[in-house]
Design a protein around this ligand. Structure first.
Ligand code: PGA
Length: 245
């Protein structure tokens, strides 16, 4: 491991109600007793409706809470149905996922993502900035060009990059059970590391308790962004445990 912390970020997407929070006591208990807990950061990113109750549940647990998206406007405004980064911060979010491919696919542009990142950083949130190529782009062998563009535009004129974590999530691996080959992933992570200089780089896309055995041998990674498997505390705990044994 090249860095101080390994990140395990749970992306709950549009799943979970108040009852789902109850199961977190298992993760809290596990984390408290886990020997490596000083070198791990666990961050739960639930739907916005759960940020407040989840933050309360996790108080004193060293597990942090994040949001999944925000409106780019920095202050209050007439934007029906939207929530900005300052509002998310005020209910307990410390992190925010931005640029997720599920939002890019529904029309989020690099420019818009850049505005969102700027507003989130201003509000004091740490940003988990997602980038990744589609299957078509991978087949055309233009992955690096795609990532290059996403990084250049997404992080354009952002000075405090220390608070930006990059999550490489190939679109074709999200929710499909497919993951990149180790050598490909290693090379891409190195490429992103060189390009962004100091950023921490995570991998996301179908991470589970089985393929973590393969993924953990990629030693330039700083952690994982975990979707489906993060909703089940047992699976999530298994992923963390297996990363270290
Ligand atoms: P997945 O999702 O682990 O279910 O593939 C990852 C993500 O979309 O962040």
């Amino acid at each position: 491991m090249t860095n101080k912390y390994m990140y395990f970020i749970a992306n709950w997407k549009m799943f979970g109600g108040l009852k789902s929070i109850n199961s977190l006591h298992k993760v809290v208990k596990f984390f408290k007793n886990f020997k490596k807990n000083k070198s791990i950061k666990i961050i739960y990113c639930p739907p916005s409706t759960l940020i407040r109750p989840m933050s309360k549940k996790l108080v004193n647990s060293k597990i942090e809470v994040g949001a999944q998206n925000c409106h780019e406007h920095e202050t209050f405004g007439a934007f029906t149905g939207s929530i900005n980064s300052m509002m998310l911060r005020s209910v307990g979010a410390k992190y925010i996922i931005l640029g997720h491919s599920e939002n890019r696919q529904s029309g989020e542009t690099d420019k818009l993502i850049n505005l969102k990142i700027k507003s989130a950083l201003k509000s004091g949130l740490k940003v988990i900035f997602c980038i990744g190529e589609t299957l078509k782009e991978k087949r055309k062998k233009i992955t690096k060009q795609v990532l290059n563009k996403q990084i250049n535009l997404g992080l354009n004129k952002i000075n405090n990059k220390n608070n930006v974590i990059v999550a490489y999530e190939p679109v074709w691996s999200i929710g499909t059970g497919l993951i990149p080959k180790n050598n490909e992933l290693y090379e891409i992570i190195n490429f992103i590391k060189k390009k962004t200089k100091k950023n921490k780089i995570l991998y996301g896309g179908s991470v589970n308790a089985k393929n973590i055995e393969q993924l953990k041998s990629i030693n330039n990674l700083d952690g994982y962004l975990i979707g489906g498997a993060s909703q089940d505390p047992k699976k999530f705990i298994d992923i963390i445990k297996k990363t270290y044994n």
